[in-house]
Design a protein around this ligand. Sequence first.
Ligand SMILES: [Zn+2]
Length: 418
Amino acid sequence: MKMIVRARLIVTMNGPPIKNGAVAIEGNRIDDSPPGSSPSRAARLRRAAPVGSVVDVGLFNEVKARNSGEVIDVGEQALLPGLINAHCHLDYTCLRGKIPPPKSFADWIRAINAEKAKLSKQDYLVSINEGFAEAKRFGTTTIGNLTAFPELVAKIYEPIRTWWFAELIDVREPNRAKDIVDLSVESLKSKEIWGLAPHALFTASANLYRQCEKIARRENIFLATHLAESREEMSMFREASGPLYEFMSGNGSPMDDCGAAILQQRDARPWIIAHLNELAESDFDLLERSRRKFHVVHSPRSHKYFAHSPFPFERLRALGCNVCLGTDSLASNEDLSLFAEMRAFQKNEPRTSPEEILSMVTVNPARALRREDALGKIRPGFCADLIAIPCARSTNALEETIAFDRPVDWTVLDGKIG
Ligand SMILES: [Zn+2]
């Protein structure tokens, strides 16, 4: 049984938006042969509309008249591919509003550790489930989620497509790197898609990074980490000083990695890197020389909360980085809306086109998650993940899309409405 959905505008992310169009869905995929259409008419429509199933509204009316499939008119709305959040920690959904913007990153780490000490495993389960529901409410249909509790994953039903990353820290037990990695592999390997995320250079040992890379080669999984997030992190590695250095050296962390160039030796796998907020010229030189291009996730609102240095978007893009947007966690953000993330980005980068900004929550993260042929576009053969949002103006429709600031009330996920 096919379903055909008509809308005032189809934002395909595979060419210019189509006014007054319709999308055919067969099962869980976007289809290329609309229901009820004769082969010759379907062929003619495909020629007229190279995106295939995204066709003119005449076909929709024809299908409606023949009553030969489920037909839905979402009215004066724009259909978009479901959004993709490339970096998030749903563990901390329950920490929304608990930590005011800190004076330093080290202060924030102290504050989040104090909050975490009050939470039980059950609290984390509730927090993760609430986070999933909120992400979906804001139009996210795919999420890259880091969890510090991979052992809880088996107890969670994910309502959206989920790339689980085990977030790993061995700062207080560097000799256990292999055990820590093996335990999380055990918890996650039954999942279809998963990865490992050594937390950051100041909390994960060089050995832990190496163990993760070894597993990634063996299992063909994803790798993610936090890098160059704060000024303190940079001064720790470059000058062996600053609040983060003080904090870490007071916590039993071996400091012998200090002074290492932060991007060295992380070249072998396509890492998904959160942040890159605070880079030195030598880091840009390294990026330029690096053969492999990184996927970079920027979280504009969390970035503002911490008052980091301006995100070097244009330089990273020019160096071939695939820049995506993510919400990070609610311990440094107010909600899980990628629309709000796009608006915050646009405020900082007003010269970037709305289409490019939308790419950062659709096409670009699909590439980072190695699903560029299945997610992030409305295109025949792609997963039927769609959202509809109001679209009142016919001009500047993409601008209007980014301005949307309410929950999304119509979603198709894997071909199912809900
Ligand atoms: Zn993060």
